[in-house]
Design a protein around this ligand. Structure first.
Ligand code: DHB
Ligand code: MG
Length: 248
């Protein structure tokens, strides 16, 4: 079955270097061996199911997924929030960070949510995941109310990977729901290198959404952040990473 990519042909937008793919495969194959967890079988299966379901080929790369898992382990995250589940590929990584982790993941599409749950079950981590259905702009304010009411614990790590126009809304809500020292990561802010392009921001709401979160986070006394550019086999993109201040 063909996979209709919503991702434009990136070679039209920037020079694609075959070394990016080679380095991804070389390093991931050495650093994520056949005995590593989550297993390569589980990861490959999740991507296969997602492709068969005609979802766009926009899950994080294997190395980015592993980076998220290691980040969660570094800060000993017990409670993780993900905005934008898609087929659950990044969710598998986050839920594999430790046995007693609880991941709340929010997805707008019931079909995607179902697929993600099947993939999480296959990965043996479904019991660590609470998957909520609805647009992030509606679900996150409810979660915040629960956090404020003491009915829900604060988050240690938040991964934002949904509609880019709402990046700042999600980020601001995430900060309010996070403990001091928490880590907030926003996917896709570099957007094929267009982040720094003011003209592009006028016509492209994805770039606008990412510029808004970068600029607002920079002015926000509650956080300190950085953008890391990344390349892989299908894209030139990157994460905004921020820490919620106040635990030092
Ligand atoms: C694209 C990539 C993503 O990771 C995402 O969340 C949405 C879109 C893209 O490259 O089009
Ligand atoms: Mg993404």
């Amino acid at each position: 079955m063909s996979n209709p990519r919503t991702v434009p042909d990136v070679s039209q937008l920037f020079e694609v270097d075959p070394r990016w793919d080679a380095v991804e495969h070389y390093s991931f194959s050495h650093l994520h061996s056949s005995t590593a967890s989550p297993s390569n079988d589980v990861l490959t299966h999740a991507i296969k199911r997602q492709t068969e379901a005609n979802l766009p080929n926009i899950a994080v790369s294997p190395s980015q997924g592993k980076f998220l898992m290691l980040q969660a382990q570094m800060i000993r995250a017990e409670r993780i929030l993900e905005v934008g589940t898609l087929g659950g590929y990044s969710t598998i990584w986050l839920a594999s960070s430790r046995k007693n982790v609880k991941v709340t993941t929010v997805e707008i599409s019931e079909e995607n949510r179902k697929l993600a749950r099947a993939n999480l079950e296959q990965a043996g981590v479904l019991d660590r995941v609470e998957s909520l259905l609805g647009p992030g702009v509606e679900v996150l304010p409810k979660l915040l109310e629960e956090v404020k009411a003491g009915k829900r614990g604060t988050y240690d790590l938040v991964f934002i990977d949904a509609d880019k126009i709402n990046n700042w809304n999600y980020f601001d809500l995430a900060v309010q729901m996070s403990r001091p020292g928490a880590c907030i990561i926003v996917d896709n802010v570099v957007w094929r290198g267009l982040l720094a392009d003011e003209e592009e921001a006028k016509r492209n709401e994805n770039v606008r959404g990412s510029r808004t979160v970068v600029e607002n986070a920079g002015k926000d006394e509650r956080v300190d952040g950085v953008v890391m550019q990344m390349v892989d086999e299908k894209n030139y993109d990157g994460f905004l990473m921020a820490i919620v201040k106040g635990d030092d």
